[in-house]
Design a protein around this ligand. Structure first.
Ligand code: AMP
Ligand code: MG
Length: 345
């Protein structure tokens, strides 16, 4: 009896590896809504994956494998990664994940008028954000590097998944990689028939369905002045909630604070008056790309951008003065103790 059970378990594990969840035999509803949760350190951040359902254990296992696979593909600093190789060799055929992300990044470059620019990497490096050897580059150095920061100069052959970069160019998918990762985990959850689950990638959250008790997921929006606290709560289902904040990665020198979101127009940390931007969207990749972009744009440009794309996302924006804004679609799903101003269409 015991042996038979063991063999069945091993067969189950093999099925998970070979066939994923789609073809795996379901444990059946009789087993109830099992919870499986795991903490993972990857992409320089602490992550938690949680799933509820008969296939929860398998879904979480597959999610961890996917996170590790994408980390080793997309990391700029890992000498074995695909992005590292592209930056060294300046051309190559990309895997489908990298090609998809480059394509999405180039679309964002166009739609944000260049605020989102993956060619900004040499500038991010010069500031030391890649290896924590922080420094303030000389204006001449920034000016020189900015000559090559222009994603429109990236050669992208969609049919053959080929990329080519100019001699001085390098790319960084760090502005959308986490959102893509959480979107991929939602794909895995769907494949595993998980109707309730979430992933938290260092404060960036994506959820599937609602909570097991059918209530909405409650996602806190951090207080940029005190990231241990929060300024409000978003109640959501089937959404990514992704934040870009000046507080996430920064250093101080001579009384000035320098953060990691670079305005490609100036080569300096974006100084748009916004200190935090949270995007709510069904599309995790878009939410991540736009959190970075709208942070750079500032309140007025960001509001206009939302008006043109309001079917795709909503946003919570916080200014340096502590004013809190939400776009119209979040009027009823964002609760806060502070005064909330609504951006209307
Ligand atoms: P996020 O935390 O999603 O706002 O992404 C910030 C990361 O994106 C930075 O650490 C850089 O790796 C990269 N990045 C910085 N500035 C830009 C930019 N203007 N466009 C695209 N990616 C950027
Ligand atoms: Mg982002």
């Amino acid at each position: 009896m015991y042996r038979k059970k063991l063999i069945l378990t091993i067969c189950g594990m093999l099925a998970a590896v070979l066939a994923g969840c789609g073809n795996a035999e379901s444990g059946g509803q009789a087993e109830g809504l099992k919870e499986e949760s795991r903490d993972i350190f990857a992409m320089d951040t602490y992550m938690t994956v949680t799933a509820y359902g008969p296939e929860a254990a398998r879904a979480v296992e597959m999610a961890e494998e996917e996170i590790k696979r994408l980390d080793s593909l997309l990391s700029t600093g890992d000498t074995g990664s695909e992005v590292y190789k592209i930056n060294e060799e300046k051309e190559g055929v990309m895997s489908s994940d990298t090609a998809y992300l480059v394509e999405r990044a180039l679309e964002l470059y166009d739609s944000t008028d260049g605020a989102f620019d993956i060619a900004v990497y040499p500038v991010v490096k010069a500031w030391g954000f890649t290896d924590q050897n922080y420094r303030v580059p000389e204006p001449e150095e920034i000016e020189e590097l900015l000559k090559h920061v222009d994603a429109s100069q990236i050669g992208f052959d969609e049919a053959n998944s080929r990329i080519s970069l100019g001699e001085q160019m390098q790319i960084d998918l760090g502005g959308i990689a986490k959102g893509y990762t959480s979107a991929r985990i939602m794909d895995i959850f769907r494949e595993c028939q998980i109707e309730s689950g979430l992933v938290n990638l260092g404060g960036n959250v994506q959820v599937i369905g609602s909570k097991p008790d059918q209530s909405l997921w409650r996602v806190a929006v951090k207080d940029p002045k005190d990231p241990e606290g929060y300024v409000g709560i978003l109640s959501v289902k089937d959404r990514a909630v992704i934040t870009s904040g000046a507080y996430e990665r920064y250093f101080e020198q001579d009384g000035e604070v320098y953060h990691h979101i670079i305005d490609p127009d100036t080569g300096y940390p974006a100084d748009s008056g916004l200190v935090s931007v949270t995007i709510v969207s069904a599309d995790g990749t878009l939410a991540d790309g736009l959190s970075t972009s709208l942070f750079i744009m500032g309140l007025d440009r960001a509001s206009d951008y939302w008006r043109e794309h309001k079917d795709e996302f909503d946003a919570v924006l916080m200014t340096r003065e502590g004013e809190l804004y939400v776009t119209e679609g979040l009027k009823d799903s964002f609760t806060s103790d502070y005064e909330v101003r609504v951006i209307e269409s």
